[in-house]
Design a protein around this ligand. Structure first.
Ligand SMILES: [Zn+2]
Length: 249
């Protein structure tokens, strides 16, 4: 059977001397795997489209098992992401997170849009820390581990929270702060942002600039939350951290 999908390559593995196995996150079918025969040879007609981050239309044949790619047309190759080591490492983390937190053939057009829009903004030079944090927050719902961001996780008060508890998976108000002595204290700004990142339609993201301390606060909270609940240890994340340390020097 022939399938045609619109998708983004989120993983590639070399297979044999000349082939690649592509993992594509598609609008129509969610995550799929296809064999791209000859893709490791530079002159092969499929090689340009058989690379990480490529957004394109993919035609493949599948009877059972892994499909075989017949044709691929590039819509966007995210050239700026590709040519910049920092942006490429952010994008690598985003696609790896997507790969690890989704099941094969679980359709999710919303996630496809989110992935596309995030790579598009990275390519346009929008603040990559902000994009990553938004992506991380939104992926928590995809992974089924969304924390309580609408009210205090302990007493349900909707006043502005003062902390985020990893243990209780959500915001704490000032009266309930004592419930978790290890809770991350949050500035009002960071608390609002965490909630905003969950609800924001990425298409509407304007220029957003955050102080370094705010970025750091959000990053630490989310890293701790992922460590506790996702079970993921991503190579791309470790690499990103090394890159960030280099950038700080
Ligand atoms: Zn409370």
């Amino acid at each position: 059977m022939i399938h045609k999908v619109e998708g983004i390559v989120i993983r590639t593995i070399d297979y044999g001397e000349s082939n690649k196995i592509l993992t594509i996150f598609s609008r129509e079918l969610g995550k799929i795997g296809v064999m791209s025969r000859g893709a490791k040879k530079p002159k092969n007609r499929l090689s340009a489209a058989s690379q990480l981050f490529i957004y394109g239309t993919f035609v493949y044949q599948q009877s059972q098992g892994l499909g075989t790619l017949n044709q691929a047309d590039i819509v966007d190759s995210f050239r700026e992401v590709r040519s910049d080591l920092f942006r490429a490492s952010y994008a690598t983390y985003i696609v790896e997170l997507t790969d690890k937190l989704t099941e094969e053939r679980s359709r999710n057009p919303y996630l496809f849009e989110l992935l596309y829009q995030t790579l598009y903004y990275l390519n346009e030079g929008i603040d990559s820390d902000v994009l990553l944090r938004i992506y991380e927050v939104k992926m928590l719902a995809v992974a089924g581990i969304k924390p309580e961001l609408d009210q205090c996780v302990s007493c349900s008060s909707t006043e502005l929270p003062v902390a985020f508890s990893i243990r209780h998976a959500g915001f704490l108000c000032h009266r309930c702060l004592h419930r978790d002595e290890k809770a991350f204290k949050l500035s009002a700004h960071s608390a609002r942002l965490l909630r905003l990142f969950f609800y924001i339609d990425l298409h509407r993201l304007g220029q957003i600039s955050l102080k370094k301390e705010t970025k750091q606060e959000l990053k630490e909270v989310l890293a701790a939350y992922y460590d506790e609940y996702s079970g993921l240890r991503l190579k791309s994340k470790r690499f990103l951290e090394q890159m960030e340390r280099m950038g700080d020097l």
